[in-house]
Design a protein around this ligand. Structure first.
Ligand SMILES: Nc1ncnc2c1ncn2[C@@H]1O[C@H](COP(=O)(O)OP(=O)(O)OP(=O)(O)O)[C@@H](O)[C@H]1O
Length: 507
């Protein structure tokens, strides 16, 4: 049997005249070589793909971030704000505009490809609602809602502390906790004093640095200020909003505990104590203003009810080590529910920053914050106070002086002389035009904060659709075409535009 097989294998085949076993050996060898080739090809292509990903800049690796943590407001909530106060103290719910808080937590997902969304076109699409993101509550450009500096996965400043509050966010501190944190509210720990209380620097038992605001309890306003801050920012998080970590309600004491922002505030950098550390560059100023604009866009356009801050001013813009802005002091904030274009309130705020319609009639909506933002932007550009009685009469009011200077084509002269490296003409024009649009006396003509973000970020000279329409109409009028609308829009309120159109006429 075995010898038969041997004979068969030793026979020569008609093809190649080779013995059968030799031919079989060749086939088996070739098969093994092919398998090895296929395997090595697969391995090298995997390595190449991995190397290609490693070479991508971090911001181009498409990841989905969870960036805004928001607790929605819902009147049907089991744990509402009134219940909460009743639980802890004998607060009476006098404020009819109070919104109870629901504990449901929502994550707003946002593709981290924000740099691609910085153009005005994108803003226009988003505001039209035709290209909104994953959640309808995100109205502005995605770029406005960049990821938090502390993503939700990072260790919480509250970790290691015993008790979470009944509001579903933050920590409920005892007075003793805060006494320990602030060295018994030592004078040495005082950072500053505002209209409603004293702010102390401190450290929680887990080492987290905090700012503790002790509200003056001899004022009826303290209760109001406390509830407004808790409602307005307790449930929201944004990189450019100072984070409220918790609160304390004990007897007549009302305290608020914030993340500590360690690099002063914009007012101190422009006009006060921080100037001894040097002057803010143009870039640092624009970074701070852009961050402020993003936080306001978030408050006005991304959450419901929207929050109108009511006291935007340079001393309420805190600054961290990396010169990121953090808006603070929500004691005067108002919540504006859906469908309400404005509310009428007692005028509060700070002289020089308050919008004219709000000062004159108490009519408040988010456009009042836009006005105040415009004043802060002018303050940052010029280094001047909004109202400065130490200057000649025509220079006392910053907004009026600016309009006069730009109107007489002296824009280059308005830049803060302390800025060593002056901005380019384009950058200056962009900032001035944005500011002047924000301080338009007609609240309806002011841009939304989401639009302001895009104007400040845009490489282009910012001209809105409305202005383009006006310009086209001006050209049409000049060319003698029939006039369709009332021509009073021909006189642009905006001195920057006027300057440009005059220049165009001359050339
Ligand atoms: N979270 C914080 N981190 C660091 N400093 C803070 C913090 N919050 C407030 N401050 C500082 O404490 C001081 C007092 O702030 P507060 O907001 O109470 O009043 P204000 O803005 O100075 O005055 P006003 O009552 O007119 O708003 C300011 O210098 C402010 O910069």
């Amino acid at each position: 049997m075995a010898s038969d097989l041997k004979n068969e294998l030793s026979k020569k085949t008609p093809i190649f005249h080779l013995k059968v076993w030799v031919l079989m050996g060749i086939f088996i060898g070739m098969f093994i070589v092919i398998i090895l080739l296929v395997l090595s090809f697969c391995l090298t292509s995997q390595k190449k793909a991995r190397r290609a990903i490693d070479k991508l800049p971090v911001n181009q690796i498409p990841t989905i971030t969870k960036e805004i943590k928001e607790i929605r407001v819902d009147r049907n909530s089991a744990y509402n704000y009134g219940d909460f106060l009743a639980l802890h103290d004998n607060f009476s719910d006098k404020d009819s505009e109070k919104h109870p808080m629901n504990l449901s937590v929502e994550m707003t997902k946002n593709a981290e490809t924000s740099s691609q969304f910085g153009s005005l076109n994108h803003l226009e699409k988003d505001n039209d609602g035709s290209q909104s993101g994953e959640k309808t509550s995100v109205i502005g450009p995605l770029d406005v809602f960049r990821p938090l500096s502390h993503p939700i996965t990072s260790p919480s400043p509250l970790s290691g502390l015993p008790e979470l509050s009944h509001l579903g966010w933050g920590h409920w501190f005892t007075l003793r906790d805060l006494e320990i944190a602030t060295n018994r509210f030592s004078k040495d720990n005082v950072i500053g004093e505002g209209g409603y209380g004293v702010v102390y620097q401190g450290n929680l038992v887990n080492g987290t640095p905090v700012a503790v605001k002790k509200l003056l309890n001899n004022l009826g306003q303290a209760e109001k200020e406390f509830s407004v801050e808790v409602e307005a920012i307790g449930h929201v998080r944004h990189k450019n909003l100072v984070r409220l970590l918790g609160y304390c309600i004990e007897g007549t004491h009302r305290l608020l505990v914030y993340e500590f922002v360690n690099n002063g505030n914009l007012e101190q950098w422009l006009h006060g104590a921080m100037r001894q550390h040097g002057y803010l560059t143009w870039e640092a100023r624009m970074k701070i203003l852009l961050g402020t604009a993003k936080a306001l866009a978030y408050l006005h356009e991304a959450i419901e009810p929207k929050v109108v801050h009511r006291d935007i001013k340079s001393s309420n813009i805190l600054i961290d080590d990396d010169f990121n802005a953090k808006i603070s002091d929500f004691g005067l904030a108002k919540l504006l529910g859906a469908g309400r274009s404005h509310i009428t309130t007692r005028v509060m705020g700070t002289f020089g920053y308050v919008a004219p319609e709000y000062a004159n009639s108490g009519l408040l909506n988010e456009k009042s914050d836009v006005y105040s933002f415009g004043v802060v932007l002018l303050e940052a550009i010029t280094g001047r106070d909004p109202v400065d009685y130490g200057r000649p009469t025509q220079e006392v009011n910053l907004v009026d002086w600016l309009k006069m200077m730009v109107g007489s084509m002296r824009s280059e002269e308005v830049v803060d002389p302390a800025i060593e490296i002056r901005p380019s003409t384009g950058a200056l024009k962009r900032a001035l035009l944005t500011a002047l649009r924000c301080v338009d006396p007609d609240a309806n003509k002011r841009p939304k904060m989401g639009q302001v973000v895009c104007m400040l970020e845009s490489e282009e000279y910012p001209i809105t659709r409305e202005d383009r329409r006006r310009r086209r109409k001006r050209t049409a009028i000049a060319e003698g075409e029939p006039q369709i609308e009332n021509s009073d829009t021909d006189k642009s309120d905006n001195p920057v535009l006027r300057t440009e159109s005059r220049r165009n006429q001359r050339t």
